[in-house]
Design a protein around this ligand. Structure first.
Ligand code: ADP
Length: 191
C-alpha cells in the first residue's frame, strides 16, 4: 500500500504517519526527517538545506526529488510506504507520477485542523524551525504551494479527510478505519 499524508505544519501528520506505518508494517518516509538527519550529521546536503529550513522555505525540487527517488528504491520500500511531507509542490507531484505512474498511490490522507490549534501546538514543540516567524512563513508556503495538491488528488478520487484534533491513539484509529472504508468501496470523493 502506498499512502501520502498531507496537512499543514503542526497537524500531527508526522506522528500519525509513523504510527500508521508501524501498524501497517510499512516504512514511514518523511522528507523533513531525512533533511533534519542530513543537517544534524552535517553532510553536504545538510549544510545546503539548513538555512532554507530555518527560514521555513521549501528545499528546491531537484534536490528533494532525487533524495526521495533514492529512498523509495531501497528494498524495504518494495511493499509500500507512507510518504509524509512529499510531494509538497506541483513539480513534486509530477516527479512522483513519473516514478509511480498516475495511479501509483492508494490514498491521500488529509489532516483537517483548526489554524489556532496548530500555532499553539507548534510553539510548544520547540523544534529549531519552530520560531514564530518561521511558523508563519511555513503556513504561507503551505497555503500557496501544498494546498493546491488537494485539488489534483481530489480529482483522482484519492482524498481521505481525517479530523486531526483529539487524542493521539484516537486519531490513529480514525485514520486506519477511514482507510479500510475507502479501500473497500469505490470512491466518488472529489472534495
Ligand atoms: P512541517 O510539516 O512541520 O513543516 P516537515 O518535517 O515535513 O515539517 O518539513 C520541515 C522542513 O523541511 C520544511 O519546512 C522544508 O524546509 C523542508 N522540506 C521537507 N519536505 C520537503 C519537500 N517535500 N519539499 C521541499 N522542502 C521540504
Amino acid at each position: 500500500m502506498k499512502l501520502l499524508f498531507i496537512g499543514p505544519p503542526g497537524a500531527g501528520k508526522g506522528t500519525q504517519a509513523a504510527r500508521v506505518a508501524d501498524r501497517l508494517g510499512i516504512p514511514h518516509i518523511s522528507t523533513g526527517d531525512m533533511f533534519r538527519h542530513h543537517v544534524s550529521t552535517e553532510t553536504d546536503l545538510g549544510l545546503l538545506v539548513d538555512s532554507i529550513m530555518k527560514a521555513g522555505e521549501y528545499v528546491p525540487d531537484e534536490i528533494t526529488v532525487e533524495m526521495l527517488r533514492e529512498r523509495v528504491a531501497e528494498p524495504d520500500a518494495a511493499g509500500g510506504y507512507i510518504l509524509d511531507g512529499f510531494p509538497r509542490t506541483a513539480g513534486q507531484v509530477a516527479a512522483l507520477d513519473g516514478l509511480l505512474g498516475e495511479d501509483g498511490l492508494d490514498s491521500v490522507v488529509v489532516f483537517d485542523v483548526d489554524e489556532d490549534a496548530l500555532v499553539e501546538r507548534l510553539l510548544g514543540r520547540g523544534r529549531a524551525d519552530d520560531t514564530e516567524d518561521t511558523i508563519r512563513n511555513r503556513f504561507k508556503v503551505y497555503e500557496e504551494q501544498t494546498a493546491p495538491l488537494l485539488g489534483i488528488y481530489g480529482e483522482r478520487g484519492l482524498l481521505v479527510h481525517v479530523d486531526g484534533i483529539g487524542e493521539m491513539e484516537e486519531i490513529t484509529d480514525r485514520i486506519l478505519s477511514a482507510l479500510s472504508t475507502q479501500n473497500s468501496e469505490p470512491t466518488t470523493d472529489n472534495s
